[in-house]
Design a protein around this ligand. Sequence first.
Ligand code: HEC
Ligand code: HEC
Ligand code: HEC
Ligand code: HEC
Ligand code: HEC
Ligand code: HEC
Ligand code: HEC
Ligand code: HEC
Length: 248
Amino acid sequence: MKDFFKKLPEQAVRVAVVFLVFVAVVFVIRQFIIPPEMKEPALQQASSMEREVAKEIQYAGAQICEQCHEKEPQIKKIGYHRDLSCESCHGAAQKHVENPTEVKPTSPKKRDYCAYCHKYNSSRPTGFPQINPDTHNPRKPCITCHNPHNPKPPTTPRSCAACHAQIERAKAASYHALIACSVCHTAPEKHKTSPRTVIPTKPDKREFCGKCHDKGSPRKGAPTVDMAAHGEKYVCWQCHYPHTLGGI
Ligand code: HEC
Ligand code: HEC
Ligand code: HEC
Ligand code: HEC
Ligand code: HEC
Ligand code: HEC
Ligand code: HEC
Ligand code: HEC
């Protein structure tokens, strides 16, 4: 046996020693250092459940407020903010629910809070009510004119840009800048107060654009094309989107 080791080249012995040390280290790490939860999926699940359950509950949920507050949920249900939960404005309120008289939730009374959702941002969906906080009745808190639980504007919005600001801005930089929205869309007044129940019209035929752009059109100032040959059978806005022409 001794001879056998003697016969081995010295390097092989070293490699063997290094290998044994490596195996020993791996064994020690696996056995004693890595916690059992990291090796056993069942243990891991149980321990993360335990950890999450031990966390303090912060939010009370969307339903519970109604149990003690009658008025605000009733008002909110019928208004524009019906889909916002109470805690999205009043903050995490579990502590308040547990101890209503001692712990009071905050009420966001400053302008910048409302602006968080309503400040103009071109990535918001078309039709979402947006304002420019610097020019929209500056300095007064929003809640002097809008009830936060039913923020119906005190008067009907004047312009289409109130909710279609992105289109308004694109159009302002296009060839159609001087053509009012109402030339191409018939929007009943009620669309401005219940936008999803009354939908305005949209042009649906090539001839609509032809009113100004047909080569025989009596209108002055608009470049004309031969409607019969130009763009063939396609509707014009498949190639020229009328809000963005020549603009962005
Ligand atoms: C167990 C009953 C109870 C529940 C549930 C409850 N509240 Fe209250 N809340 C109260 C009471 C009582 C007051 C204090 C009224 C007072 O001071 O006159 C109060 C006051 C408030 C106030 C006014 C704070 C102030 O400064 O005057 C707000 C805002 C409020 N609650 C929001 C909520 C929200 C949001 C929820 C749901 C997450 C909720 N509450 C759930 C009982 C409750
Ligand atoms: C869009 C944000 C917003 C939402 C959503 C909201 N609130 Fe409020 N709430 C406010 C603001 C802002 C005030 C402060 C109003 C004021 O001082 O005139 C307030 C005030 C209150 C008050 C105190 C009323 C008082 O007379 O002092 C209660 C209670 C309350 N809210 C409960 C609720 C409940 C319950 C819900 C959910 C049904 C809810 N709020 C949803 C913004 C909101
Ligand atoms: C978490 C986002 C959020 C916050 C914060 C918020 N709102 Fe709203 N607001 C909405 C949504 C969503 C609508 C409904 C939009 C719709 O019907 O398409 C809305 C609608 C409105 C409208 C209706 C405009 C119209 O003519 O259609 C007004 C006014 C308004 N909010 C004012 C406020 C005020 C004032 C505050 C601050 C107290 C506030 N909002 C805070 C999300 C928010
Ligand atoms: C002095 C009263 C007053 C104040 C303060 C006020 N608004 Fe208005 N708001 C109105 C009126 C009036 C309208 C409807 C007419 C119009 O279009 O300007 C309106 C309309 C809106 C609309 C619908 C879109 C529009 O342009 O018509 C939104 C959204 C809105 N307000 C949010 C806010 C927010 C957010 C604040 C605070 C940063 C705020 N308002 C402050 C009076 C006010
Ligand atoms: C109070 C907010 C608001 C005002 C003000 C408003 N709209 Fe809208 N508009 C909407 C909403 C919300 C939609 C639906 C968007 C959706 O379903 O994606 C819409 C949809 C439309 C559509 C598309 C209809 C369709 O079939 O897709 C047109 C066109 C339109 N509005 C034109 C106008 C014109 C023109 C004005 C001004 C006279 C105007 N809107 C004022 C909120 C408004
Ligand atoms: C020169 C005619 C013209 C003018 C001016 C015009 N539109 Fe349009 N609009 C159209 C056409 C065409 C469509 C597309 C119809 C389709 O896709 O079926 C459209 C589509 C829309 C839509 C639905 C699709 C989208 O892009 O969101 C809305 C909302 C809308 N317009 C609002 C407005 C508003 C608000 C104004 C004024 C700021 C305006 N339009 C000005 C012709 C016009
Ligand atoms: C009320 C008249 C009117 C209507 C309706 C109208 N336009 Fe125009 N359009 C104009 C005018 C005026 C100009 C030229 C503006 C300028 O040169 O400053 C123009 C410019 C254009 C241009 C740019 C041409 C160039 O020089 O590159 C195109 C493309 C166009 N319109 C397409 C359309 C389409 C598509 C429709 C239908 C959805 C439409 N227009 C509806 C009046 C109209
Ligand atoms: C298949 C795509 C396509 C369709 C559909 C289309 N156009 Fe065009 N249009 C173009 C192109 C490309 C140009 C620029 C080259 C040219 O002058 O032919 C143009 C140019 C124009 C011009 C500018 C002409 C000038 O003298 O400056 C007008 C106005 C115009 N189109 C209106 C329309 C109207 C109105 C319709 C619907 C009846 C329409 N287009 C349909 C692709 C199209």
